[in-house]
Ligand binder design. Structure first.
Ligand code: FAD
Length: 305
């Protein structure tokens, strides 16, 4: 078992915390150590005190993560407990902290008559997760509006970085290695037409098209250039395909659902099978959008399923 830094009291760390409790797919084995720091100072202390060789994984709302059944060796840091800050810096600039839900960012910007920001309501994750993924919805993308970010590294050092220090693509963000987001400054436009009704209309469109209410991770695959992963999956006859407790949604083929008793292995195997079927029928190799982390369950534990 990994060492717990002496300065960190037992109430601040959970051992063998099941990650299925922290992911929207509701699957995932235990994390050796699970921290939910309440302040950035506490977070710094945790990072400094953890053994330098211990792997650290970051978790927002777990809405884009497939954690394997064997769980995570090392530490998981959840941003869910960090101060949720949202500040209007001037007429068009806003600073948001990593643990803030994207929905709150959307609603507050609408109230401030700033836009286009309503699209953030379609991303059921945190600002930190949206920065890591360059999440987007309804034609809007996170990094289109980022001017600078605050990062923290494995040694607890905090930096301000400009957008130009990152390479941004469709659902990809490349920047300095081993740094994570504490928050970002966004620039929007003044938008007198932005309203809560706009958010409600976007969410209604989403509810009509997506199987919400059943555990999933949203879109499993990135859309390939000029096409839609969902269309290719449907064309490959994969809609409704089941494996164990996992199923390709028959409402939106790019969603894989946990019907209740899916394991991460069920989902990961189904992802691979759908990917192979699409490649056979259309020649397109779909790339997963979801991030897969952790260890597969070991053979001994598997016998218990
Ligand atoms: C029903 C449903 C609908 C969805 N629709 C959309 C959609 O329309 N568009 C879209 O883009 N996504 C969508 N998603 C996927 C998901 O919501 C986004 O990718 C979101 O940005 C993930 O945020 P999170 O906080 O849940 O991150 P997590 O899933 O917790 O983490 C995702 C990745 O980000 C990293 N990360 C998290 N926080 C930080 C941080 N502070 N610093 C550095 N790295 C960090 C994690 O280590 C991990 O690699 C959907 C998901 C669901 C369940």
């Amino acid at each position: 078992m990994s060492a717990v830094p002496s300065e960190i009291t037992p109430t601040e760390v959970l051992r063998d915390e099941p990650l299925r409790k922290h992911t929207s797919w509701r699957v995932g084995g235990p994390a050796d150590l699970f921290f939910t720091p309440a302040t950035v100072d506490e977070l710094r202390r945790i990072l400094v005190d953890l053994p330098a060789t211990m792997p650290v994984h970051w978790l927002g709302l777990g809405s884009n993560l497939l954690v394997r059944d064997g769980g995570i060796r090392g530490a998981v840091i959840s941003t869910g407990g960090l101060e949720r800050e949202l500040e209007r810096l001037d007429g068009t600039h806003v600073r948001a902290s990593a643990g803030l839900a994207c929905m709150l960012l959307a609603k507050r910007c609408v109230r401030w008559q700033l836009g286009p920001a309503a699209f953030f309501a379609g991303i059921p994750g945190t600002v930190g997760g949206a920065l890591a993924m360059n999440a987007g919805a309804f034609g809007g993308e996170t990094w289109t509006h980022v001017e600078s970010v605050t990062t923290i590294d494995r040694g607890g050092e905090i930096r301000e970085r400009q957008r130009s220090e990152f390479q941004i693509g469709y659902r990809t963000v490349r920047g300095p290695a081993d740094e994570w987001f504490l928050g970002a400054a966004f620039k929007f436009e003044r938008d007198a037409s932005s309203s809560m009704d706009a958010i409600k209309a976007l969410l209604a469109r989403r509810n009509a098209a997506q199987p919400l209410g059943v555990p999933s991770c949203g879109s499993v695959f990135r859309n390939p250039p000029g096409d839609f992963a969902g269309r290719l999956i449907e064309q490959a006859g994969q809609k409704g395909r089941r494996l164990g407790g996992a199923m390709v949604s028959d409402k939106h083929a790019n969603f894989i659902l946990n019907l209740g008793d899916a394991t991460a292995a069920d989902i990961e195997t189904l992802i691979a099978e759908v990917q192979a079927a699409v490649e056979r029928t259309s020649g397109v190799k779909l790339e997963p959008e979801v991030r897969v982390i952790g260890d597969p369950v070991d053979a001994a534990a598997k016998g218990g399923r």
